[in-house]
Design a protein around this ligand. Sequence first.
Ligand code: SAM
Length: 292
Amino acid sequence: MASSMRSLLSDHSRYVESFRLFLENSTEHQCMLEFIEKKLPGIISSIGNGKSAINILSVGGGSGEIDLQILAEVQAKYPGVAINNEVIEPSGEQILSYKERVAKTSNLENIKFTWHKETSSEYESRMNEKKEFKKWDFIHMIQMLYYVKDIRTTIQYFQGLLEAEGKLLIIFVSETSGWANLWRKFGLRLPRNDLCLYASSADIKELLDTVGLKYQDYELPSTMDITNCFVKGNKDGELLLDFLTETCNFSKTAPLDLKTEIMEELKDPECSKEKDGKVFFNNNLNAIVIEP
Ligand SMILES: C[S@@+](CC[C@H](N)C(=O)[O-])C[C@H]1O[C@@H](n2cnc3c(N)ncnc32)[C@H](O)[C@@H]1O
């Protein structure tokens, strides 16, 4: 690996900008919304039984777009029941966007929002220091487990905080996605540090089986239009390429051989399909629901 390549997460503004472009060019949130509409009501069908308030913990909630959809489903399932929604999110920028979104959304009167500007492991340490072991009815970790030091211990910690009828929802790239293929082939040559783990849902399910946690999983088909990645000098394409490789300024800092191989791989049927002159990367996700 060339020493000049560094993880995209080391430049937070660039990360947020490339993530925003990724959302604009993919069906990432649409497929999650479909899942939330169709499957979530069944998943949360007993989390609030007999409760005067429902406690929800969002880990890596980002700017809250998906969180608010989840909350709307919980409100619909448990009309009038108070909801305590706490968010663990290390990025101040994301928290600000989340607060702005809440401010302009109606029907949130029965929801109390609390934001913790910290990582999941900082939250865990803080709670351990305070000897606080608050239990939760619903915990979700949507597209964030790539960024923890240890996926297994993180899942085990949060699963241990579930109420008897609680559920832990993880959304992660599917083992059938282009991501899994790309990372399997190139993960070792991309900036590898404890800020980004090149894993897929197969790794998560394997570790859940190993530690004996029960779960159900759902495949969420999704695509991402990466046509601009192949247009030389296209700024959006460069940012998307950064997001795909989790590398800051990939096209300027990657060694030529790696760049050539990755650009070829991105067009390979194991990663993408070409349609009407556009290249659609397989962005399939897996939703994994874990029980207490
Ligand atoms: C890909 S975004 C997903 C945001 C949101 N859940 C969604 O799906 O739209 C990942 C989020 O996880 C946050 N994050 C990164 N490392 C984290 C950590 N160690 N603990 C908690 N959140 C983290 C990032 O700041 C970012 O907002």
